[in-house]
Design a protein around this ligand. Structure first.
Ligand code: AMP
Length: 400
């Protein structure tokens, strides 16, 4: 179906042992999965595979066991959640990833249509070093390989990269949906494209900003990172979070934007407080008059109007990072207003909206619009590296 990467419908799935690389690295508290979003997204691929009387053999990392067998990080604890989401019994296959005999036997004796979860791939140090010998032992357990773990695709690990070259390989349905959504966001987007970038610091998003200014028509910068840009333009930002040593970097990004014909949209007013806490007194200032003792903790109403205007002119919006310290009332107002506006334009059929990366998901959930964007990625690092324009090894390995 896709011109660039192989998809599930291009594999012979009849009566096969299908190694399905998933991201089962879900939050767990007291032995229970607390957010099953990533598991939910695997269900269509699992259903599709069992339809062909094939065995689904799930491979995933979980936490950071640092290459050692550590029961605390056993994937056995997510089996119940996978069974609940798929409505299908789920078996667990223990392995140390050195001696594969028991795993071979368990897979062999499982009936067609079984769903099995193999032990944490990171129990062996070769996983994170993309070790070919480990990948060969993984490959010995299956006939075909399907990768549905976009969120792990920025890492060249044995189960995401080396293994993909050893068996007939394709993207699963979740990976395919994610790649197609991202393609509509930045690959071949309907123009004009506006990117909205926020969050705490410029330092963690330099590559992302550098890439975006060459690709989009408008770049909205909000959140704490906007303060560094305001400082670089000569505005006082009081006691706000600000990386003053990155003023030159900010100026370089603004110059590159001018060269590329990308409009940079910075806040023009700000909600200022004198304490970094919820429900503390605030005042609204223009960015040319920020109080010396105050902290910018959100964008103001004129900025919101400016940004929603830019969104109205766009056909595509790509978003990463909140516009303010959204975890605390009332500094969520800017993020919520922008999120609701993007959701409404999307709902009205005027906008393709793609969002992702770390706090963005919780910010959109807080605004109550997580399901109203065209696509919201649950990937953190992989989404950011995609926004940075970097090739993702786990996706590259699936290319035709
Ligand atoms: P990031 O992980 O880089 O996307 O940053 C997200 C964090 O940035 C959130 O925890 C926000 O509270 C924080 N943040 C956003 N705007 C500000 C601001 N103006 N001052 C301090 N922190 C902020």
């Amino acid at each position: 179906m896709s011109a660039t990467f192989k998809t599930l419908d291009e594999l012979d799935l009849k009566n096969k042992r299908v190694l399905l690389r998933a991201d089962l690295n879900v939050p767990v508290a007291d032995g229970k999965v607390t957010d099953a979003t990533r598991i939910e997204r695997l269900v269509p691929t699992i259903r599709e595979i069992v339809k062909y009387d094939s065995k689904v053999i799930l491979l995933s990392h979980f936490g950071r066991p640092k290459g050692k067998v550590d029961p605390q990080f056993s994937l056995e604890q997510v089996c119940e959640a996978v069974a609940n989401q798929t409505g299908h019994p789920v078996g667990f296959v223990a392995t140390d990833w050195v001696d594969m005999a028991d795993a071979q036997k368990a897979i062999e004796s499982a009936p067609p249509g079984s769903v099995l979860i193999l032990e944490n791939t990171r129990f062996h140090p070769g996983e994170e070093t993309n070790d070919l010998e480990l990948a060969k032992r993984m490959a010995s357990l299956g006939d075909v390989y399907v990768n549905d773990a976009f969120s792990a695709a920025h890492r060249a690990h044995a189960s995401t990269e080396a293994l993909a070259h050893l068996l007939p390989a394709a993207a699963g349905l979740a990976m395919q949906a994610e790649l197609e959504a991202l393609e509509s966001g930045l690959g071949k987007p309907k123009k004009p494209v506006v990117a909205i970038v926020g969050g705490a610091k410029v330092s963690s998003k330099i590559d992302l900003l550098e890439n975006l200014v060459t690709r989009v028509d408008g770049l909205v910068i909000g959140g704490g990172m906007a303060n560094t840009f305001l400082h670089a333009q000569g505005y006082g930002v009081g006691k706000s979070l600000c990386e003053k040593d990155l003023a030159d970097t900010a100026r370089r990004i603004m110059d590159k934007a001018i060269d590329s014909g990308c409009a940079i949209i910075l806040p023009i007013d700000a909600v200022v407080a004198w304490h970094f806490k919820a429900d503390t007194p605030t005042r609204l200032y223009g960015v040319d008059a920020i109080d010396n003792d105050g902290m910018i903790l959100d964008i103001g109403p004129s900025s919101i109007e400016r940004i929603t205007g830019a969104i109205d002119d766009a056909h595509t919006v790509v978003w990463n990072g909140p516009m303010g310290a959204f975890e605390m009332n009332p500094f969520d107002a800017g993020t919520v207003a922008i999120a609701k506006h993007v959701a409404k334009r999307t709902h009205d059929g005027k906008l393709v909206s793609v969002a992702g990366g770390g706090d963005t998901l919780s910010a959109l959930a807080h605004a109550g619009v997580k399901d109203d964007f065209t696509y919201v990625s649950t990937a953190g690092g992989a989404f950011l590296e995609w926004m940075e324009g970097k090739p993702l090894p786990g996706v590259e390995a699936l290319k035709k």
